[in-house]
Ligand binder design. Structure first.
Ligand SMILES: [Zn+2]
Length: 246
């Protein structure tokens, strides 16, 4: 890590620009107790990574993976923060490091500089893995781990994510899955996210560009898919401005 890496603002992850092939590349963030989500809901609204294929859905192979995990940053929808990774990479290899980092933050109350680089070979659409580096500001903790984008028992092409041996039925699968997803999404329309200001203990309509949030410090801002009822239940108040606009 370089000295300027520590200039990152807490609560405001810097996502690297997409490359010439439209692929997400990584991000750097300061993770602390302030940036850990106040409330965690299982159902997160994910944007699609570039090169995502509807046929990847329900295959138990690829997932839309966060570069900086929601469990560390409380930030949801940013196409630069999402890439195509295997279930094993997402739920096992990356999760392990993320949990370690989270535990250290909770145990020691330190801030951790956290950087992830997504590595591709050539113009492949699927990365070969991610390099995760984390270092606490007080130097009491550091980790550097390369997590491979692999899935035991599944062979796929990194160029396009196609499972080897499944080419023939591919187009049929694309159509069926795409239809299924379209139907499912219709049922889910009207699903609202809120933005929480942890300092004022208020929540705001996501995408409302609320005046009350404009001068807030990034470290006090969290995004959530929790419902209004859930947020009221943990003692947060609905922003009066946002209620007016609703
Ligand atoms: Zn508001």
């Amino acid at each position: 890590m370089n000295k300027e890496d520590f200039d990152i603002i807490e609560g405001n992850p810097q996502y690297f620009e997409l490359d010439n092939n439209g692929r997400s590349n990584g991000a750097i963030a300061i993770i602390s107790k302030n940036t850990l989500p106040l409330i965690t809901k299982k159902k997160l609204k994910y944007t699609e990574p570039s090169n995502w294929n509807k046929a990847f859905e329900n295959k138990k192979l690829f997932e839309k993976c966060h570069i900086i995990a929601y469990s560390l940053s409380a930030k949801i929808a940013n196409p630069k923060n999402i890439f195509i990774g295997t279930v094993k990479l997402n739920k096992s290899y990356m999760k392990k490091v993320e949990n370690e980092v989270k535990k250290h933050i909770n145990d020691k109350s330190v801030k951790i500089l956290y950087r992830v680089n997504v590595k591709y070979k050539g113009t492949n659409k699927i990365p070969i893995g991610v390099l995760i580096e984390a270092q606490s500001i007080d130097d009491s903790y550091s980790v550097c781990r390369f997590c491979y984008n692999i899935q035991r028992g599944k062979n796929f092409r990194y160029s396009n994510g196609m499972i080897v041996g499944e080419q023939q039925i591919w187009s049929k699968v694309v159509q069926t899955v795409a239809n299924k997803i379209a139907r499912k999404n219709n049922r889910k329309s009207g699903y609202i996210n809120y933005t929480i200001n942890t300092k004022t203990k208020t929540f705001h309509l996501y995408d409302n560009d609320c005046k009350q949030l404009q001068n807030a410090e990034p470290k006090n801002i969290q995004e959530t898919t929790a419902t209004e009822k859930d947020l009221l239940a943990v003692g947060l108040k609905y922003c009066k401005n946002c209620v007016k606009d609703k």
